[in-house]
Design a protein. Structure first.
Length: 325
């Protein structure tokens, strides 16, 4: 006897949900084992410290991107904002010392909120506005830095501990990023309004009718994206001991890939902080492990592109889209 169509769809949805949850972790373990087979030293403490440190900027950018994707949008400006954050930090750290970190994070949060305002009240797609923001803020970073690298010396002790201090063999930046993931997870899981981003992504009209102030939620998503882009910029400055107007530009695709590979649906409404953590580790193992295994770095962008396409194909909720364009 043929199963009812509704039952078949339910089974398919359950299988897809299980794949979203377990798939990224299985892929991460498989990648680590494959790289370890090619280079056994990859599992040494020093190698793991390097991998985890390189994962931090991608993870922070991915966390910010996650909020926007949960609401059904996308922010293409995060990498440019992280580069701008390094320039702002290097410019003001001599005058403000440790407070330069706060100044940078506030500035980037406001910039993210501005992008959200333009999208919500201008009724322009997030893809278009954030693409324009990418070019605009990238140019601002070039002008502010004089199109050159700024080496940080005075006041550097305000951020150096992120890369030079360690705990259990891992840089403090790694522990700070894990703490950020835990904080986001707890806020979404236990806060009474912690799931508003999911609600807006699953159905904005329904969320609005249930009392959710959807405009504020969407603006807040971009503000958080700006905040975490600023945090990524601070970490990059600490790691490189310098700032540059294009320092983080190469991290845009890896950050988006981390969100999607982790199991967050591009259609919105599905995702979480721990998924982004797993996705960031997968992407970083691809970056670092590929080099360790002797893969030509020029193939990395090819791999990222393929990974993003596969991740979208797996996580896309086709039941919510009447036409795939």
């Amino acid at each position: 006897m043929r199963a009812p169509e509704g039952a078949a769809q339910a089974v398919s949805r359950t299988t897809r949900d299980r794949l979203r949850l377990a798939g990224p972790s299985v892929v991460l373990v498989a990648l680590v084992l494959l790289v370890a087979l090619a280079e056994p030293n990859f599992l040494s403490m020093n190698a793991l410290a390097v991998v985890s440190a390189q994962a931090v900027p991608i993870l922070l950018l991915g966390l910010g991107q996650m909020f926007v994707i949960l609401t059904g949008g996308i922010d293409l400006s995060v990498a440019a904002l992280a580069s701008l954050a390094t320039v702002i930090l290097a410019t003001v750290i001599g005058s403000f010392g440790p407070l330069a970190v706060v100044v940078t994070l506030v500035a980037l949060t406001l910039i993210g909120a501005l992008t959200g305002l333009l999208i919500v009240f201008g009724q322009v797609p997030s893809f278009v506005v954030s693409l324009g923001a990418l070019g605009f803020w990238g140019a601002v970073a070039l002008v502010a830095s004089g199109s050159t690298t700024i080496y940080i010396s005075e006041g550097y002790d305000a951020i150096f501990w992120l890369s030079s201090w360690t705990m259990l063999g891992l840089p403090m930046a790694v522990w700070a990023a894990v703490a950020a993931v835990a904080a986001v997870f707890c806020a979404m899981r236990f806060s009474p309004r912690g799931n508003v981003f999911h609600l807006v992504g699953l159905g904005e009209k329904a969320a609005m009718m249930s009392g959710v102030r959807t405009r504020i939620v969407r603006i807040g998503a971009f503000a958080l994206s700006g905040f975490f882009a600023g945090a990524a910029g601070v970490v990059l400055s600490a790691q490189q001991q310098s700032a540059a107007p294009q320092l983080a530009d190469s991290l845009l695709l890896p950050a988006i890939a981390a969100v999607l590979v982790g199991g967050c649906a591009i259609t919105g409404g599905i995702g979480g902080a721990w998924r982004v953590l797993v996705g960031a580790l997968v992407v970083t193992v691809l970056r670092v492990g590929g080099s360790v295994a002797g893969i030509d770095p020029s193939f990395q962008q090819i791999v990222y592109g393929a990974v993003v396409i596969v991740a979208v194909a797996v996580t896309l909720d086709r039941g919510r889209l009447s036409i795939i364009k």
